[in-house]
Design a protein around this ligand. Structure first.
Ligand code: MEV
Length: 430
């Protein structure tokens, strides 16, 4: 084969090959050395056969550290929370926030239930208002079609709950959008509601005379909201050199900033998602679905704002609360198949998707508390840099005990840079 042929990305039948055969082709394409190929071929604690069936064209796996957030008390129950993240400080932030509200009871959570929404798009309807009413008239038939799609879900207490029809103005004229509201219980529910929407669409077209196109769930799962709240006393949140009242007021002001300014809100919510996504990933749930839902919900009032609220209680304590769409499941997909997700769910000890959703909301709130506290006091870099320094030390080639030694020097000097780490490593190694 010439080098030009090797460089072609047109590889017919790639999906039919084994992971090792694919890896050999990729190695030839990208000029990977033996050590890199061996590294990719080592799939760690994920069975290669399982990996090969979870997604397409598998050549390897990517390990992300799982850390445990301690100190979490949620609805009176002490819990250990597994978090999968590559970002330093995220797990520590949750531990710290939880420690500071543990003695006053920790987190209280609730939810709006486990309802998912599927959308059916109808276009070319000459009389959209008439069409809307015609669809609503068929509620009983719609319920029957939906419930027939998933008798097991119905047996478990879930299934069709309601139908709503909206008329929206679009660049292509009015569209009639049918929402199927379905209780998916312990499933995330995408498969269930997508099947229902696809099954029902031809009937909607027939009843109205329009044409149906998209039939898919909405990730703006605003019938599946998870809520959490917690209170921090000023005494508990006093920081080195700062009275608790000043810390409290700084956090409230940081929230007010995020609520008013989308530039700040994006970063504020990113911090919340640091916590949320880490638990969603650790439990094998769909991180993108959750992120899409949360960010869309943050814009529900017509402008992008904060997912949390921070206020001062009549007693002068700091009260934080969060409300977010949280479409997570315990059954189906990677949640059930991935052994690490299963182990993490065991550590969490949750038995319903609703409980998992509420725990995740509490983690998001804890994360936000720590980020805002750091920002309103010492600044984020001090804490970040201590952990970041270890990454930099490793990047400079430090191993074993060298990592902590080099990192300590970087932090002491206030220069967390690879070149400084390399120089320090040279010194240590003589
Ligand atoms: C960094 O990953 C997250 C923060 O930027 C969040 C925030 O600014 O609120 C610290």
């Amino acid at each position: 084969m010439t080098s030009n042929q090797l460089k072609s990305s047109r590889i017919s039948g790639f999906h039919k090959k084994s992971p090792q055969e694919r890896l050999d082709l990729v190695a030839a394409f990208a000029g990977l050395d033996e050590a890199t190929v061996a590294h990719l071929a080592n799939m760690g604690n994920l069975d290669p056969h399982l990996a090969d069936h979870l997604i397409e064209n598998v050549v390897g796996t990517m390990n992300i550290p799982v850390g445990i957030a301690t100190n979490m008390r949620i609805d009176g129950e002490d819990m250990l929370i597994p978090m999968a993240t590559e970002e330093s400080s995220v797990v520590a932030a949750v531990c710290n926030a939880a420690r500071q509200c543990y003695d006053v009871g920790g987190f209280v959570t609730s939810s709006s239930g486990t309802l998912m929404i599927a959308q059916i798009q109808l276009v070319d309807s000459p009389d959209p208002h008439n069409a809307r009413i015609k669809i609503l008239e068929r509620r009983d038939e719609i319920k029957a079609v939906c419930d027939e799609c998933d008798p097991i879900l119905v047996k478990l207490g879930g299934g069709f709950r309601d139908v709503e029809v909206r008329i929206i103005d679009t660049l292509g004229g009015p569209m009639v959008i049918t929402h199927l509201i379905v209780d998916t219980r312990d499933a995330m529910g995408a498969n269930a509601v997508n099947t229902m929407a696809e099954k029902l669409a031809p009937s909607i077209a027939a009843w109205t005379g329009g044409r149906t196109y998209l039939r898919i769930l909405s990730n703006l799962a605003d019938r599946r909201l998870a809520r959490a709240r917690a209170t921090w006393t000023c005494e508990a949140i006093a920081a080195s050199g700062m009275a608790g009242e000043a810390v409290r007021d700084g956090i409230v002001s940081a929230y007010q900033f995020a609520a008013a300014d989308p530039y700040r809100a994006a970063t504020h919510n990113k911090g919340i998602m640091n916590g949320i996504t880490a638990v969603v990933l650790a439990t094998g749930n769909d991180t993108r679905a959750i992120e899409a839902g949360c960010h869309a919900y943050a814009a529900k009032d017509g402008h992008y704002g904060s997912l949390t609220r921070w206020e001062v209680t009549p007693e002068g304590h700091l009260a934080g609360s969060i409300e977010v769409p949280m479409a997570v499941g315990l059954i189906g997909g990677a949640t059930k198949l991935h052994p690490t997700a299963r182990a993490n769910l065991k550590i969490l000890g949750v038995t319903t998707a609703d409980r998992l959703a509420r725990v995740i909301a509490a983690v998001g709130l804890a994360q936000n508390f720590s980020a805002l506290k750091a920002l309103a006091t010492t600044g984020i870099q001090k804490g970040h840099m201590a952990l970041h320094a270890q990454n930099i030390a490793m990047m400079a080639g430090a191993v074993g005990e060298e990592i902590d030694r080099v990192a300590r020097v970087l932090v002491e000097r206030g220069t967390v840079r690879v070149d400084v780490a390399e120089a320090e490593l040279k010194l240590i190694r003589g």
